[in-house]
Design a binder for this molecule. Structure first.
Ligand code: BDP
Length: 654
């Protein structure tokens, strides 16, 4: 008997079934983009800044600093936005400051934005670490809990309240971490008067990077019409020479129930390839150009443009429009018991772990740094990275989409190690953060997997239910991508591993274990893989491995911290990866792309030095070892035509 449903239709039906679930997350956090109906005003540059140095850090609230210009409340500094404030001055108190800091600036808002009641004016903060409260002209407009994700407030109403007043934006940011924040931390008061001054406290954290703070990403004002495209969710599939983009548009605003929607898909040259109408539907693309990772195809990162045009009738019968264009890549992601498949082809992650971190800027977004890092990743032959250990700036994900760099998108769930961080309040916050992350990043073709945490105490009894819940929640938010967390726990005691799709395991053999013993790596790594695979029968990514190097330190025979030692560690791991990638190991991500700042401690010589590049992005010997390897793997496993292959013989190795 003939099959009643053809394969592609079946794909689409499945896709739709998934998307009914996905539309639950249509709460809207579209990246601000200009269009004929939307304008943007960037508020980056110098803001006034004042740290609240009062003993309880509460003077700013007691004296209501948001009610007037910050400069009128006391001494202020010039502070660049975006940037961490910690390394901007010579003041050690500010570098290590814990508590509220205040920013403000006045903005000239085009009078049209205020006069035209059909315009919504939205203030968007790309991210501020950690807890933020925002006022406009002294009116509290929003607050946000969490350091690595954007937040917004509609401020048109406040501006219209007094159109003659300049628009003063005040943002107070508090970097205190508690057992319920993500990442968790703990304030400890040291009360012994013979050893510490009165009121002395420290911020304990359980992660290995400096707790940089401030307004880390762009602040923008943007406009939309009053009835507007609030969110878009896309999912893609292909079969038999036909591509399919299932879309779901959420409309918000007073006239949303009367809105009509038209969706137009164009290719890179602006040619129209498909159209559809209505808030939900499928765009069929004949002979689609798929989105491929870098080094897997001669044309990586291909994006279509999907323009959503919303129309409603205005009060006088005029047509009011909102237009938003979303870049869309057509690709699929699947996981089997031994493979990670992109577009049904085995994908091997040969990449890096990164940090948002650099001299002076700390975690502040910086275009020159971002572009330099992409150039270095491409030079290295890296096809992927993990956003260790928090969501990165949206601009970085746009770059990944365009360049075909594959991303494991990690939440700020790093250092969940105290039993009290497994309670209900922490869990509720973690679920909320996953919601914000998926809402922000769900449409990026480069994002192929969610990581809900890094190295939690996953052997503790409550970890099982905790991670079962977080992972199930993430899958419900987005059924199209695999979900994982990154573990360094023992395979037999790890409570969350049954729920992940891919095992991501970190290990520092011959470093934190058996320091200096390069000869144990092969045996121990082999055991690690066999144990994890034997128990879970899931593909494995070596999500971290590496060794610190003080650049320029040489030793033969190799000793720890020398350039030669890092090279030997890498080579020893690589031998085992090469055996296991024929079986079930689907990736290797070096720790770390570049040296980065940490808290001060006896194991850190001005930061973590496991970078294959220095913090200033100069290669160490390990970078050449990795480069030779990554290009060789790309030439073996990629679908590159011969003329794009990089000649391995030309790669310099120390
Ligand atoms: C790993 C952590 C990472 C650290 C690294 C290290 O996941 O954040 O920086 O160790 O110690 O366990 O270098």
């Amino acid at each position: 008997m003939a099959c009643p449903v053809k394969p592609l239709q079946l794909h689409l039906i499945l896709l739709f079934a998934l998307w009914d679930v996905c539309s639950m997350i249509n709460s809207g956090m579209l990246f601000p983009r200009e269009s004929s109906s939307r304008e943007i005003k960037e508020l980056n540059g110098l803001w006034s800044f004042r740290a609240d140095l009062s003993p309880n850090r509460n003077l700013g609230f007691e004296q209501a600093w948001y009610k007037r210009r910050l400069a009128e409340t006391g001494p202020v500094l010039d502070m660049p936005v975006p940037a961490s404030y910690n390394d901007i001055t010579q003041d050690p108190k500010l570098r290590d400051f814990i508590g509220w800091v205040w920013y403000d600036r006045e903005v000239v808002v085009p009078s049209r934005w205020v006069a035209d009641k059909n315009i919504r004016v939205v203030l968007r903060v790309g991210s501020a670490h950690y807890y933020s409260v925002v006022w406009v002209n002294g009116v509290r407009v929003t607050e946000h809990d969490g350091g690595h994700l954007p937040f917004e407030a509609e401020i048109g109403g406040v501006l219209r309240g007094d159109p003659s007043a300049p628009c003063r934006i005040t943002i107070a940011v508090n970097n205190t971490l508690t057992l319920q924040t993500l990442p968790p931390g703990h304030i400890q008061y040291l009360n012994d008067p013979t050893r510490y001054p009165k009121g002395y406290f420290v911020q304990n954290t359980y992660f290995d990077f400096f707790n940089y703070a401030g307004i880390h990403r762009s602040v923008r004002l943007y406009t939309t019409p009053q009835t507007y495209v609030n969110d878009i969710t896309v999912g893609t599939d292909f079969a038999d020479g036909l591509g399919a983009i299932a879309y779901d548009v959420a409309v918000a605003g007073s006239a949303s129930s009367n809105a009509s929607l038209k969706v137009t898909l164009t290719d890179g040259e602006g040619r129209r390839v498909a159209t559809a109408t209505g808030p939900k539907g499928v765009l069929n693309v004949l002979a689609p150009t798929l989105w491929w990772p870098y080094l897997m195809h001669e044309r990586p990162g291909f994006l279509y443009n999907m323009e959503v045009c919303l129309q409603v009738a205005g009060a006088r019968g005029e047509v009011l429009e909102d237009r938003y264009t979303l870049p869309v890549g057509i690709r699929t992601v699947k996981v089997t018991s031994t493979q990670f498949l992109i577009n049904d082809k085995p994908f091997y992650f040969h990449g890096v772990n990164k940090h948002e971190d650099s001299d002076i800027r700390g975690k502040g977004f910086d275009w020159p740094l971002v572009v330099k890092d992409f150039n270095l990743m491409k030079w290295l032959g890296a096809n992927s990275f993990r956003t260790s250990h928090y969501p990165y700036d949206e601009e970085i994900l746009h770059m990944c989409d365009r360049h075909g760099i594959v991303v494991i998108d990690e939440s700020p769930g790093v250092g969940i190690r105290d039993i009290r961080s497994f309670g209900n309040a922490s869990l509720a916050h973690h679920l909320e953060v996953m919601g914000e992350l998926v809402t922000r990043d769900k449409n990026h073709p480069s994002v192929v997997m969610w990581s809900v945490a890094n190295e939690p105490a996953s052997e503790m009894p409550p970890a099982g239910l905790y991670f079962e819940t977080v992972i199930a929640h993430t899958k419900a938010l987005d059924p199209t991508r695999p979900v994982t967390y990154v573990t360094n726990s023992n395979y037999a005691r790890d409570k969350g591993a049954p729920f992940v799709d891919v095992i991501c395991v970190n290990s520092y053999l011959s470093w934190y274990h058996d320091p200096g013993a390069l000869d144990v790596i092969s045996l121990q790594l082999n055991t690690q893989f066999e144990e994890w695979y034997g128990k879970y029968k899931k593909p494995i990514i070596q999500s971290e491995y590496g060794a610190d190097v003080v650049p320029g330190l040489h030793s033969d025979p190799p000793v720890m911290f020398s350039e030669e030692y890092q090279v030997m560690v890498l080579r020893s791991y690589h031998e085992v990866f090469d055996q296991k990638r024929k079986q079930y190991v689907v990736g290797e991500l070096i720790w770390n792309f570049a040296d980065f700042m940490t808290a001060q401690g006896v194991t850190r010589v001005v930061g973590n030095k496991k970078g294959i590049f220095t913090r200033q992005r100069q290669p160490k010997a390990g970078a050449y070892t990795l480069r030779e390897r990554y290009w060789r793997i790309a030439n073996e496993t990629g679908l590159l035509p011969p003329w794009t292959k990089y000649p391995c013989s030309q790669l310099r190795s120390p």
